[in-house]
Design a protein around this ligand. Structure first.
Ligand code: PLP
Length: 396
């Protein structure tokens, strides 16, 4: 008899955003005319920028002509795409070789697939509150989990604990859900920990494009010693509105090896076996993000989301509600007012103000009492949300 992967039985019943969607749908079935202010799920709302669209159209044309047609692409990434990403890193002073960069269909896919490179008896350290996929992917892989608490006492960016033995360490900076960023000193401490323990850091840089403070690292590879202990997983989803278009990249330095095995070579072997790469058309569109004009245009879109964050932060300030994030990230992580629990606050906002946010508890037990707002909504809805928050809590 076939034995299924029994670890699936250890997963929590349903996924956070599915739970939220169900509650929202129930509310809408009772209030069909309600206009919901959706500041919950972290999906972008602005379209792809003109430079990307132009490149996509050009690539479609290429595929229509015998002379410019492309069949199978290199599994690890087209040379033009890898060079474009290499140039982007170089512009921030990080030297990579093009074959240390792998194209992907997004960070989610990579965060799961990359676990193929680790032994099933690995232990993964996840700093919670965390993006739920880290925990779930490791449960599916049968890994042991260390839930490492991040809290307001460490600004949601904890330092390593030498007494804890982990093989895989997740760092997400700028962080989803807290919006917190790791500074150089803290990242260096984690790099030193990983090199000392022989652990590998999976650095999730999905939100690096939102960093506005000069001295905050965009990449783990800005930190000395990281080339022997880190893999960086990046995405164009939030940088350039690719959530529905799908493209990202992963950086694996050639120096990264454990037990005599080189992780870059292992990933080449993995990709050439398990995928036939990303389409030519998508890679052309994605490469356009890194051109001068592409960078200018994606930053204009990010500025719209940043303005939303500023509107929300101003309202929270007026209400005296403490929060984190919002500055270098599209998320604001706030303390639920009136000592409400995070699902209690969710229900309260939905019923009293038709605002949908994300309960902190969904990102791990230590997220209880917190709530996440996303700044990816429409500016008009964000302004309305801010006004409603001030009406509800401005006099407390
Ligand atoms: N990593 C983090 C921290 C995220 O918040 C998300 C999406 O919300 C992802 C990865 C997944 O991004 P992608 O759309 O590239 O799969």
């Amino acid at each position: 008899m076939i034995v299924p992967n029994l670890h699936y039985g250890e997963l929590k019943d349903s996924y956070l955003f599915y739970n939220i969607a169900q509650k929202v749908n129930n509310y809408l079935s009772e209030h069909p005319d309600a206009h919901l202010l959706r500041l919950g799920i972290g999906d972008v709302t602005l379209p792809l920028c003109p430079e990307v669209i132009k490149a996509l159209h050009g690539a479609v044309e290429d595929q229509s002509r015998k002379e410019t047609f492309h069949g199978y692409m290199s599994e690890c990434g087209a040379e033009f795409f890898r060079e474009a990403v290499k140039g982007y890193y170089a512009s921030r002073g990080v030297a990579l070789e093009a074959d240390e960069i792998f194209v992907s269909s997004g960070a989610s896919d990579e965060l799961g697939d990359i676990l193929d490179l680790f032994s099933p008896d690995s232990t993964a350290l996840v700093m919670e509150p965390a993006y739920p996929a880290y925990v779930d992917a490791n449960i599916m892989a049968g890994h042991k989990l260390i839930r490492f608490p991040a809290g307001k006492e460490n600004g949601f960016t904890p330092l390593p604990d030498e007494s804890v033995d982990a093989d895989i360490v997740y760092i997400c900076s700028p962080n989803n859900p807290t919006g917190a960023v790791f500074d150089r000193t803290k990242l260096k401490a984690w790099v030193d920990y990983a090199n000392k323990k022989g652990a590998i850091i999976l650095f999730d840089a999905a939100y690096e494009a939102f960093i506005e403070e000069e001295n905050v690292p965009h990449s783990i590879f800005e930190i000395e010693g990281s080339r022997t202990c880190a893999i960086e997983i990046c995405s164009l989803s939030k940088t350039a509105g690719f959530t529905g278009t799908r493209c990202g990249y992963t950086v694996i330095p050639k120096e990264l090896s454990r037990g005599g095995m080189c992780f870059n070579s292992m990933w080449v072997r993995n990709r050439t076996t398990k995928t036939n790469g990303i389409s030519y058309i998508l890679q052309r569109g994605a490469a356009a993000v890194f051109t001068e004009e592409g960078q200018k245009q994606v930053k204009e879109n990010i500025a719209v989301y940043k303005k939303n964050a500023a509107v929300l932060m101003e309202a929270l300030d007026r209400c005296g509600i403490p929060y984190y994030g919002g500055k270098n990230a599209p998320y604001i992580w706030l303390r639920c007012p009136r000592n409400m629990g995070s699902w209690e606050f969710f229900e309260f906002l939905l019923k009293e103000a038709q605002i949908v946010g994300t309960p902190g508890e969904g990102f791990g037990a230590c997220g209880e009492g917190y709530f996440r707002f996303s700044s990816f909504g429409s500016p008009a809805d964000t302004v309305l949300t801010a006004k409603k928050l001030v009406d509800l809590f401005g006099n407390e």
